[in-house]
Design a protein around this ligand. Structure first.
Ligand code: UDP
Length: 255
């Protein structure tokens, strides 16, 4: 077995050098963190589930013309992806108030927003990812005006698509966070969707009971985190042969 060069290790994923120039391998860890990594745990099997859910969503988004970094899933925990120059923004799209918008603006959790709202957060752990405006983004050259327009348009398309996809399986898409990166084509650059889309980065509520099926189960100590992520995968029709989550790991459906 050859040892690959690790390029970056984040809280939930590792990036390794890819087999070809311009490619990387994205490895999904079981590590989970919240509240600026002050709360940590290892959730056995989470990486496997998020790899599959993110592959499923990115593949479908590519199918409706939302370009993204996924080339293909390689195995249980790894994806081959295109290398991008990450834009240092977390782009959050909200349909229902929850989390930081509820505390920041005093809107009770669960309140339907008058329309979908997109917010930008500057990716900087030391500063706790502060909310920023388009003025900050262009003034500090994090992204150009045209890139922001592309990001807004793509985020709304992702929201429309995911809202419908989840609603069809009895899940309400409350909010989600996505990230974007640049790829260079000759003298031009293009913004594409990067990172992951999974229950780690979305708020997903059961449409009937409003039960949380996402990372809030970990943040708020609600228990059954893996069971809820697995339920999301099951409803989406992924992992038909459901892996048995047992102490010590995940078995079954090794593809
Ligand atoms: N989110 C994320 N990574 C972050 C912060 C937020 O994936 O570092 C997601 C979060 O899971 C939720 C959405 O972005 O789906 C909005 O999060 P919010 O701003 O409400 O912050 P939180 O309550 O998570 O601190």
């Amino acid at each position: 077995m050859t040892r690959r060069k690790k390029l970056y290790e984040g809280k939930a994923k590792i990036l390794y050098e890819g087999p070809e120039p311009g490619t990387l391998i994205q490895y999904f860890k079981d590590d989970t963190t919240a509240f600026d990594a002050t709360k940590k745990a290892v959730l056995e099997g989470k990486g496997v589930i998020n790899n599959r859910i993110s592959e499923f969503i990115m593949t479908r988004l590519a199918g409706i013309g939302v370009q993204n970094h996924l080339i293909k899933r390689m195995n249980l925990r790894e994806q081959l992806i295109r290398e991008v120059e990450i834009i240092p923004l977390e782009v959050v799209c909200r349909n229902i108030a929850a989390g930081s918008i509820s505390t920041r603006l005093g809107i009770p959790e669960g309140t339907a927003l008058p329309r979908s709202i997109i917010e930008f957060f500057y990716k900087k752990d030391e500063l706790h990812d502060p909310l920023v405006t388009e003025e900050h983004i262009t003034a500090f050259n994090w992204a150009a005006t045209q890139e922001i327009d592309d990001i807004l348009a793509m985020t709304l398309r992702v929201n429309d698509f995911l809202t419908g996809m989840f609603s069809a399986v009895g899940i309400t898409l409350v909010d989600f966070k996505i990230e974007f990166g640049r790829i260079y084509e000759g003298d031009f650059s293009r913004v594409i969707l990067a990172d992951e889309i999974s229950p780690d980065s979305c708020r997903l509520w059961d449409s009937t009971t409003n039960e949380k099926l996402d990372k809030d189960r970990f943040r708020r100590d609600l228990g059954n985190v893996i069971e809820s992520y697995t339920e999301v995968a099951r409803r989406l029709g992924i992992m038909k042969e459901m892996p048995t989550v047992i102490q010590g790991g995940i078995t079954g459906d090794a593809s």
